[in-house]
Design a protein around this ligand. Structure first.
Ligand SMILES: C[S@@+](CC[C@H](N)C(=O)[O-])C[C@H]1O[C@@H](n2cnc3c(N)ncnc32)[C@H](O)[C@@H]1O
Length: 247
């Protein structure tokens, strides 16, 4: 009985937030204006927020770069409340294939509850296909499922924002980077050193990538706390390097 009531309540909250989302999209019809939506949309219960776990000025610059790329295929490692996934669906083509990988209860954000699955599915625009893999990105079967979801497509944009430990982010990069097409983009969250948070080790990988990739950094220098930073690496025209020497 309790479970039934809980389900009814969750369904009500979900229907209401999807209606709100559609109303906002009606009022904000372009990809540029829709950047505001995940920062402002407010729901109830388990659907309170999809606010990106990002510094707004940094994610804005990445969003602009992804809009300019207008990807047909997007892969996100680390989705949590769904804010960045929502943005990629807006930046992508009408017929895009999007894949999200997130580990339930995973470190650095905790994943999302199953009741949010239909909500995230509603982020996909008409004609887009969104696959949600609630799995450990490092598991070989997750790579298999990702490949299956992509079919014969190469990835245009890969966003790595899952495991922030050095071995974890490196594993994601080496496992999923080769799926990205020549000229495609790979984004990383949290590229700045984090001396006060020893579990954030993305900078160790990021600092090595400059030797192999054309890179760009989006860092909010006005940020009052620690600088966080987003890094963007372009896969060379010759393809993802097979001879990467990473320590
Ligand atoms: C920082 S959050 C993602 C934030 C999201 N990209 C945004 O900006 O709103 C990191 C997510 O990565 C997930 N994660 C951590 N380790 C993972 C792993 N090994 N495989 C898949 N997901 C993982 C966590 O569950 C968490 O939800």
């Amino acid at each position: 009985m309790r479970q039934l009531l809980w389900n009814l309540l969750a369904t009500g909250h979900r229907d209401s937030i999807v209606r709100k989302l559609r109303q906002m999209e009606y009022l904000l019809p372009t990809a540029e204006t829709r950047f505001a939506i995940p920062f402002t949309l407010k729901g109830r219960g388990h659907f309170r927020s999809i606010r990106p776990r990002q510094t707004p000025t940094e994610i804005l610059r990445l969003y602009q770069a992804v809009c300019a790329l207008n990807p047909q295929t997007v892969l996100e490692i680390g989705t949590a409340k769904g804010g960045t996934l929502y943005l990629w669906a807006q930046a992508a083509t009408r017929d895009a294939v999007l894949v999200s990988v997130d580990l339930p209860g995973g470190q650095f954000g905790g994943g999302y509850l199953p009741c949010r699955i239909p909500y995230y599915q509603a982020f996909a625009r008409e004609g887009q296909t969104l696959t949600l893999l609630r799995e450990d990105s490092h598991a070989p079967q997750t790579l298999d499922k990702t490949r299956q979801a992509l079919g014969d497509r190469r990835v245009d944009f890969l966003f790595i924002d899952g495991d922030h430990l050095y071995p974890g982010v490196k594993a994601d990069f080496l496992q999923y980077g080769p799926l990205v097409r020549p000229g495609g983009l790979i984004g990383f969250h949290d590229i700045m050193p984090a001396p006060h948070d020893p579990d954030i080790q993305v900078s160790q990988l990021w600092q090595q990538l400059g030797a192999h990739f054309e890179t760009q950094e989006f860092v909010d220098t006005d940020h009052t706390n620690r600088q966080i930073g987003i890094g963007l690496a372009k896969v060379p025209d010759t393809g993802f390097p097979t001879d990467l020497q990473l320590t």
